[in-house]
Ligand binder design. Structure first.
Ligand SMILES: [Zn+2]
Length: 536
C-alpha cells in the first residue's frame, strides 16, 4: 500500500492514539533523535568496538543493537536507503528510488537528481537550483511527530548535500545541509526565506574551528592493526593514501591536467565535516530548545564522511577507522550535551546506516568493471535499438537477452517483470526499489549521453557478485549482503537493552523509533515495530 502525504489517515491515526491505552506512562520522551552514518557497514562496529570510548561505546553498550540489520531493497544507494530509514517504507513506496533518474523532457533525455527542484533555490546563492521533497510520496517520522502535536519541532541536519530533505519531508521547521560548493551549511527556499540565526552564526564562527587543513591520525597506536594495512595501491588510486592528510599537498592539480580540489570538497572526505555537523546539532538543541519545551521534538543528524571516506579509501582502511574514532568522540560530546540540556532518560535515538559497501575486490575474487567495458555493451545495445523495426516490447526482450550475454552481468529485468508477482529473491529486492517510469542508469553508468541506454526502456541490470563499477575504491549499490548489511541501534528512553545478530530491517527503524517515542505512525507502513527493542 502506498502512503501519500494526504493527512486524512494520519489524523485518524493520531486520534486513535489519543484514545489508546497503549502508552499509559505519563512522561513521554522529549526528544526523538535519528542518526544515520552513511555507508557504515554493520561489521565495522563489531570489528572496532574495542577502540570506542565515547558516544558509539555508550549506545553499543547500553542500547538494543542489531548487528546485521538488513537493507532489503535492490538498489543500495543513499537516497533510497536514507528515505527508507526516515519513512518506514520501501523506496517503491516512498518514491526516491535512486539518486538520479533519466527523464524525457521536451523531447530530450536529461539526468534528474531525485530531490533537485528548479522551482527552489539555494539560500544565499539564488542562481543555483536547490532541493525539495516533491518526489517524496510518503510521510517521514519527523512529520508524524509534528502531526501528533503542532507545537513539536522537526529539524533535519546533514553533512551530505540535500540528504536532510529525506528526513525533513514537507513539514520541517529547519532542514540544513553542508553545501560542498559554498562550504557552508545552507537550505532551500522550499524550507525557508531566510537562514536561521543559529546556522548563520555557526557558519560565520564555529565552523572555522572544524576546518583544519590537516587530517592527522587519532587512532591509538595499539589499535591501528585493526584496520587493513595503510597505503595500499588501490586506496585513492594510489595517491595521498596515508596519514597525515594535508590539504595543501592533496589539493594540487594532478600532473595529467586535473583541476585543483576546493577546500570545501576535500573537507567532505574527512571526519572534520561530521565533527562540525554534531557541533551544529548541539547549537540546534540550544537555540530551538529542543526537548526542553514540554513537547516531543524530532532531530535528524545525518553523518556523511563515512561514505566519502569509504568510497575514497575503502571500508576497512585506516582512514575509515580514524573517521569512526572521531565520530565516536564527537557523538559522546553531543550525548553529554543532551544529558545536560534535555536530561538523561528524556530522549530516545536510533542509529543506523542507509547501506553498506563491498570491500575493494583487489583483496579477493571478483573484479572492477571499467567504463570502457560498459561502453562496449551500451554501443551494442544502441546499434540493436536503432536497427529494430518491431514493437517496444520486442526490443525490451532483445536488450535483456543481450545484457545476459555479458560476462559481468547476472541478470536484467524489465518493468513488466518488476510489476508482476515473483518468487525470485532478486526480483523481490528490485521490486522494493521499483517505480514505473523512474529507471536509473545504475550500474551501467558512463558519462556518455545515450538515447538508447537500457534504462530508457525501463531495463535494469544486476551485476554478478563482486563485479563492481570502477567509480571509486569502495562501491555500493548491489543487492548482495555486504551492501545490505547495516547496524541498527536503539538507545535511551523506553528502549530494552539487548544485542541480536539479525532480526531487523531498515524499514523497521522509523516505526520502532516512533513507538519508543510514543508517537503514532501511519497505518500501512512496510516496516513493523521491533517489539523486542521496546521496554515491556
Ligand atoms: Zn549512502
Amino acid at each position: 500500500m502506498k502512503i501519500r502525504s494526504g493527512a486524512g489517515t494520519l489524523i485518524l491515526a493520531a486520534l486513535m492514539l489519543l484514545s489508546s491505552a497503549a502508552f499509559a506512562k505519563t512522561s513521554r520522551p522529549k526528544l526523538i533523535l535519528q542518526i544515520t552514518a552513511d555507508q557504515l557497514r554493520g561489521d565495522l562496529l563489531d570489528r572496532y568496538r574495542s577502540v570506542f570510548t565515547g558516544g558509539l561505546k555508550r549506545i553499543l553498550d547500553g542500547g538494543y543493537w542489531i548487528h546485521r540489520g538488513d537493507v532489503d531493497h535492490g538498489l543500495t544507494l543513499s537516497f533510497p536507503g536514507q528515505t527508507t530509514l526516515a519513512t518506514g517504507m520501501y523506496p517503491s513506496h516512498h518514491g526516491l528510488t535512486a539518486n538520479e533518474w533519466w527523464m524525457e523532457r521536451n523531447g530530450k533525455w536529461q539526468e534528474v537528481d531525485v530531490v533537485i527542484d528548479e522551482q527552489y533555490k539555494t539560500l544565499a546563492t539564488p542562481q543555483r537550483d536547490a532541493a525539495s521533497p516533491r518526489n517524496l510520496t510518503a510521510t517521514t517520522l519527523g512529520e508524524w511527530v509534528k502531526l501528533a502535536n503542532r507545537d513539536s519541532k522537526t529539524i533535519a541536519l546533514s553533512a551530505g548535500n540535500s540528504i536532510a530533505v529525506a528526513y525533513g519531508g514537507t513539514k520541517a521547521d529547519a532542514v540544513y545541509w553542508y553545501d560542498s560548493t559554498s562550504g557552508r551549511f545552507t537550505t532551500s527556499t522550499f524550507y525557508a526565506a531566510a537562514m536561521k540565526p543559529w546556522v548563520s552564526a555557526f557558519n560565520a564562527g564555529e565552523l572555522q574551528k572544524y576546518e583544519s587543513r590537516d587530517w592527522a591520525l587519532s587512532v591509538p597506536s595499539g589499535k591501528i592493526a585493526l584496520a587493513n594495512p595503510d597505503a595500499t595501491d588501490y586506496e585513492n588510486k594510489g595517491h595521498h593514501n596515508t596519514f597525515p592528510h594535508i590539504y595543501d599537498a592533496e589539493s594540487r592539480a594532478d600532473a595529467d591536467g586535473g583541476i585543483p580540489t576546493a577546500y570545501s570538497h576535500w573537507f567532505t572526505a574527512t571526519p572534520m565535516e561530521d565533527e562540525a555537523l554534531l557541533g551544529l546539532a548541539a547549537d540546534a538543541v540550544d537555540a530551538e530548545r529542543l526537548g526542553q519545551r514540554g513537547v516531543t521534538d524530532y532531530l535528524a543528524v545525518l553523518i556523511d564522511s563515512t561514505d566519502n571516506v569509504g568510497h575514497k579509501y575503502g571500508p576497512l582502511s585506516l582512514e575509515q577507522l580514524d573517521t569512526l574514532v572521531r565520530i565516536d568522540r564527537a557523538l559522546g560530546h553531543f550525548l553529554d550535551h543532551l544529558d545536560a540540556t534535555v536530561g538523561p532518560g528524556n530522549y530516545v535515538l536510533a542509529f543506523s546506516a542507509d547501506h553498506g559497501v563491498v570491500d575493494p575486490n583487489e583483496s579477493k575474487t571478483g573484479r572492477r568493471i571499467r567504463t570502457e567495458e560498459i561502453e562496449v555493451v551500451l554501443d551494442r545495445i544502441e546499434a540493436l535499438a536503432i536497427a529494430h523495426k518491431g514493437s517496444r516490447e520486442q526490443l525490451v526482450e532483445i536488450i535483456i537477452t543481450e545484457l545476459k550475454k555479458v560476462d559481468f552481468i547476472a541478470d536484467a529485468y524489465s518493468e513488466a517483470q518488476l510489476a508482476a508477482p515473483s518468487t525470485d529473491p532478486f526480483i523481490k529486492l528490485y521490486q522494493n526499489t521499483f517505480r514505473k517510469g523512474y529507471t536509473t542508469d545504475f550500474p551501467l553508468w558512463t558519462d556518455k549521453q545515450r538515447a538508447h541506454h537500457p534504462a530508457r526502456y525501463g531495463v535494469i541490470a544486476r551485476f554478478k557478485e563482486n563485479m563492481i563499477i570502477d567509480a571509486a575504491t569502495g562501491v555500493h549499490g548491489s543487492p548482495y549482503p555486504p551492501d545490505r548489511l547495516v547496524p541498527i541501534i536503539f538507545f535511551g528512553a523506553n528502549i530494552q537493552p539487548g544485542s541480536v545478530e539479525t532480526g531487523g530491517r531498515t524499514i523497521d527503524v522509523a516505526p520502532t523509533l516512533a513507538a519508543a517515542g510514543e508517537i503514532s505512525a501511519p497505518h500501512g507502513l512496510d516496516g513493523i515495530v521491533l517489539k523486542s527493542a521496546i521496554q515491556p
